[in-house]
Design a protein around this ligand. Structure first.
Ligand code: AVI
Length: 322
């Protein structure tokens, strides 16, 4: 018997918004920050001086490209350099450039959910790196990775950069790593970015820029609910609030309701009541140290081959094999 009080959902977005806003405490998933506007806001965040993650990882790839590329191109056989969530490929360009200079035989296989992003990336790489084989795959990470494994038996080097793993709770991060591990062969490699524990103030500043770009990024989820689900959220009724727990290494983002008010979401026929100072939890950005990464790797059946750090030890890229 269907539950009469639960509406029929037309999309996973509808279902997750319903669950999150009828739950206590309220929550929404940060994966819904990203639409055309959210993608642009995230590009802006990556250029903010406070958001040290991007430049730290760029420095790692620049400083350690020889060692990293050395691992990738071990042996003479060609390989597929597969990037999960390729975005604009700005960091990967450092490796692509170096591998090409060294006449390494490989194909670059960016996976992204957005056809638009993949088309832009492929066009710009084709003009910037003539001769580079770019084979974009549109889809979700694991379906795409599985399809690649079935079609192509070349060795795989998989990239998951930018501490995207930090947007997952530890159990989800383990699940994610296990899923990749299961699709790896014994000579495949997996390079993952993990933002490191550090001065708590530096972390708070990275997620709380004075210009309000991060606030707009978080509030974009309310705009999406308004546009896509017929909601009447007023972003001015909420304040973006960031906390960081140095013990667990978890940074958490909230939208805090500044006053008691109701919001109506037409496609869900849902009235959501907010008390003054009630929260919507929107994102976690987990920070790590070597012990935590070793623990995650062990749980996922992966082994750390080498870890690469930037000069200030803010961020690390870990290279795994199974
Ligand atoms: C995509 N992800 C790794 C970013 C992070 O640092 O958690 C998203 C972000 N949220 C606020 N600023 C950036």
């Amino acid at each position: 018997m269907p539950n009469k009080t639960t509406p029929n959902f037309n999309s996973v977005f509808e279902q997750e918004v319903y669950r999150g806003l009828t739950d206590f405490p309220k929550h929404l998933s940060s994966k819904y920050f990203y639409d055309a506007v959210g993608d642009k806001l995230f590009q802006e965040i990556m250029k903010l001086p406070e958001y040290y993650l991007t430049n730290s990882e760029l420095e790692i790839l620049q400083d350690h490209k020889e060692a990293i590329a050395g691992h990738f191109s071990r042996g003479k056989a060609t390989f597929n350099l597969i990037e999960l969530g390729a975005g604009d490929g700005s960091k990967t360009r450092i490796l692509l450039n170096y591998l090409q200079q060294k006449n390494t035989s490989f194909q670059y296989v960016p996976i992204d959910i957005s056809t638009h992003i993949l088309n832009e990336l492929t066009n710009s790489l084709n003009s910037e790196f003539p001769g580079l084989a770019v084979k974009p795959v549109q889809g979700t990470y694991f379906e795409s990775l599985e399809a690649i494994c079935q079609m192509d038996k070349n060795r795989k080097v998989i990239l998951f950069l930018g501490s995207n793993i930090g947007n997952l709770l530890h159990p989800q991060a383990v699940d994610f790593l296990v899923q990749v591990q299961k699709l790896m062969s014994s000579d495949d490699l997996f390079l993952v970015g993990f933002d490191q524990k550090k001065d708590p103030q530096k972390i708070l500043d990275a997620y709380n820029d004075p210009g309000g770009v991060t606030e707009a990024f978080n509030k974009n989820i309310l705009t999406r609910i308004n546009r896509e689900l017929g909601g009447d959220f007023n972003g001015n009724n909420f304040r973006h609030w960031e906390v960081y727990d140095p013990e667990s290494g978890t940074a958490k983002s909230y939208l805090v309701s500044l006053k008691a008010h109701d919001v109506y979401i037409r496609s869900l026929d849902l009235k959501v009541t907010f008390k003054a100072w009630e929260t919507i939890h929107t994102e976690i950005s987990q920070k790590y140290d070597d012990d935590v990464v070793s623990w995650l790797a062990r749980k996922a059946g992966l082994e750390i081959v080498e870890a690469f750090s930037d000069r200030r030890k803010l961020f690390k890229n870990y290279l795994f094999r199974k």
